[in-house]
Design a binder for this molecule. Structure first.
Ligand code: SAM
Length: 216
């Protein structure tokens, strides 16, 4: 299945019913999700891997990955209502691999056995994290993007993450400190609904930045 076909399939995903502003609940658009999943697939980061979608929300990224032959896909969100929505979206998208949905806090480790745990280092399947984390723009959720990256650095071999515009320096410095290399970076349009107060200029679309990071 090509990128366009994946985008059409993901366009059946239903948006948050009642988005919670403090959790920065806005969906990843189907075209961006298809692009990110396709890129990960081309880099052999999905087929046969464990894929973890942190802050899965509607399930968009997990569901995209689940169409590309992963060994296992897990979608995690702290909001049980979002997870219910993601389950419903799984019925719509009907991916070839079923997704394990978990209600949990991505910023409270351990999410699973850490890479640095010698007992799991050899036996654990390779882990790819996909995420569109909260930008950490809300008072109740400040620096959430950093906390999501910290969790990612602990468990992932490779990650793909969507960040607020202007994040390149922060992400590169963070990756360097945590033993990661930013291998790809590109801009993408991210539509946001007006209820998010950090849209002070009332823009409906921001230039998000997407990064692929290899973690050691
Ligand atoms: C920008 S939305 C991304 C949604 C999702 N990727 C999608 O396309 O629908 C951020 C998501 O992170 C979730 N979230 C916020 N803080 C979280 C935390 N500490 N742990 C887990 N999920 C969290 C929110 O509930 C929301 O679903």
């Amino acid at each position: 299945m090509g990128k366009r076909a994946l985008e059409r399939r993901l366009s059946t995903v239903v948006d948050f019913d009642d988005p919670q502003v403090e959790l920065e609940q806005y969906p990843t658009p189907a075209d961006l999700a298809a692009h990110l999943v396709h890129l990960a697939d081309v880099h052999h980061d999905i087929a046969g891997k464990t894929v973890l979608d942190l802050g899965t929300g509607t399930g968009m990224l997990a569901l995209g990955a689940a169409t590309r032959g992963p060994e296992r896909v897990v979608g995690l969100d702290r909001d049980s209502t979002a997870i219910e929505q993601a389950r419903e979206n799984e019925r719509r998208v009907a991916p070839e691999t079923s997704v394990e949905w978990i209600v949990g806090d991505a910023t409270r480790p351990p999410l699973c056995q850490s890479k640095s745990d010698p007992e799991s280092a050899d036996s654990a399947p390779s882990m790819t994290v996909l995420m569109n984390p909260p930008f950490g723009a809300q008072k109740s959720n400040q620096h959430a993007d950093r906390a999501f990256l910290e969790a990612t650095a602990d468990v992932a071999d490779v990650s793909y993450s969507i960040h607020n515009e202007g994040s390149l320096d922060f992400v590169e410095a963070f990756a360097e400190d945590e033993g990661g290399d930013v291998t790809h970076a590109f801009r993408a349009a991210l539509p946001l609904s007006p209820q998010f107060e950090f849209q002070r200029e009332e823009r409906k679309v921001i230039d998000a930045e997407v990064f692929r990071i290899e973690w050691r």
